[in-house]
Design a protein around this ligand. Structure first.
Ligand SMILES: *Cc1c(COP(=O)(O)O)cnc(C)c1O
Length: 388
């Protein structure tokens, strides 16, 4: 590792701001105390602001997938019909979860790099009116595509199904006003746009979803939301929380609050636009065919370049960590995140090192040009600034 540099541009974990790092080094204390409950109460309210919901947001101590599992076992019973709308590795996780718990899993998909067509979801729901829930992804982190959740929610809210959205990377990076768009369940995690180390997962559930919780017969214990709801009344969790992370979360939520959610999302959108402009300027092709996410950009590895080697050299010799492709995309794409606490400076260095390394590997890429287009685009307000 380059001793002087450590630029983390992976789509989770992402860099943690100093305000939160400071809290993480404080002595531990007990969680069944008024002191902790006060913090947890404030954090839970702060989460509602970022989720843009009046529903309770429950905090689990697990990675994001723990909350995804909670979103299956809490609302369904074995044999229920669900629809999974997927076009990437994380969407496929919903398929696997549904099958693991004995659901009748219907599927709507699109090729990797494309977005889900909301009309396809409507068609399947019309033919299968007893579908209990639709599961999809906000930002599909494996491809850098964000789906049109607003249109999907409009359709699903007219059916008998609830809509469950995996926003583990998208929440706090791409817009997702949960209540306004009528999304029933939103799942997220701490280590992406929420700027914390891994270890916390979040799940918000609408009245419609909580009604299903009452009749659900799936096996569950640790992530039974009934326990979380009960504890929530006392600003508490049923089991020992990763309280240090909850304390640090108060700091990262504060950073968003002080800036305002809207400005925070706009800043992320500008960084994303600027990054994409720089990549196009050096003749790289983006993997997302449409709907690029503001959380992460996936880029095609140019012909003749070894994608794995590119990432390894940048990480081990130059101190800049990007992510590779997952599954069949391994070696074919690399991914640069621009969410959370990732700064303009991080991205500028990342792009410079990328150009340097690509050039050394035989693909000529001008670092001056990349940085020029990055800066020019960053200066301009983006079309996406209409986002709330
Ligand atoms: C990171 C991520 C996950 C997995 O989260 P874990 O914390 O690794 O369990 C799931 N879905 C999406 C969209 C992600 O970005």
């Amino acid at each position: 590792m380059n001793q002087n540099r450590n630029v983390l541009l992976t789509p989770g974990p992402t860099p943690v701001p100093p305000e939160a790092l400071k809290i993480l080094s404080q002595p531990i204390f007990h969680h069944r105390t008024p002191q902790y409950r006060k913090v947890f109460g404030r954090v839970s309210l702060g989460l509602q602001e970022v989720f843009q919901t009046k529903s309770n947001v429950f905090t689990l101590t697990s990675s994001g997938t723990g909350a995804m599992e909670a979103a299956v076992v809490n609302f369904l019973s074995p044999g229920d019909t669900i629809l999974v709308a997927h076009a990437g590795k994380f969407g496929e996780r919903w398929l696997e979860l549904g099958k693991s718990y004995g659901m009748n899993v219907l599927s709507v998909s699109a090729p990797y790099g494309e977005a889900i067509d909301p009309a396809e979801i409507r068609k399947v729901l019309q033919v299968n009116p007893f579908t209990k829930a639709v599961y999809t992804t906000h930002c599909e982190t494996s491809t850098g595509v964000t789906y049109d959740i607003q249109s999907i929610a409009e359709m699903v809210s007219k059916s008998n199904a609830i809509l469950v959205v995996d926003a583990i990377s998208g929440l706090g990076a791409d817009p997702l006003p949960q209540d306004e768009w009528k999304v029933d369940v939103v799942v997220s995690g701490s280590q992406k746009a929420l700027m914390l180390p891994p270890g916390l997962a979040f799940i918000s559930a609408s009245e419609r979803a909580l009604a299903l919780n009452k009749t659900s017969t799936c096996q569950k214990y640790y992530c039974d939301l009934k326990l979380y709801q009960k504890a929530f009344l006392d600003s508490d969790t049923p089991f020992t929380p990763a309280l240090t992370l909850v304390l640090a979360l108060e700091e990262t939520l504060k950073l968003i609050q002080v800036k305002g959610l809207r400005s925070h999302l706009n800043e992320t959108a500008r960084l994303a636009d600027a990054t994409r402009a720089a990549l196009r300027a050096i003749k790289l092709e983006l993997f997302a065919k449409s709907h690029p996410s503001n959380a992460v950009t996936a880029v095609k590895v140019p012909n003749g370049i070894d994608g794995e080697k590119l990432i390894k050299i940048m990480r081990d010799e130059k101190g800049v960590t990007m992510a590779g492709g997952q599954g069949s995309m391994k070696g074919k794409i690399f991914r640069i995140a621009h969410m959370g606490y990732i700064t303009k400076e991080d991205l500028t260095i990342g792009l410079q090192i990328l150009c340097e390394t690509l050039s050394a590997l035989g693909f000529q890429a001008s670092s001056e040009e990349a940085v020029h287009y990055f800066n020019e685009t960053y200066k301009r307000p983006t079309a996406k600034e209409v986002y709330r």
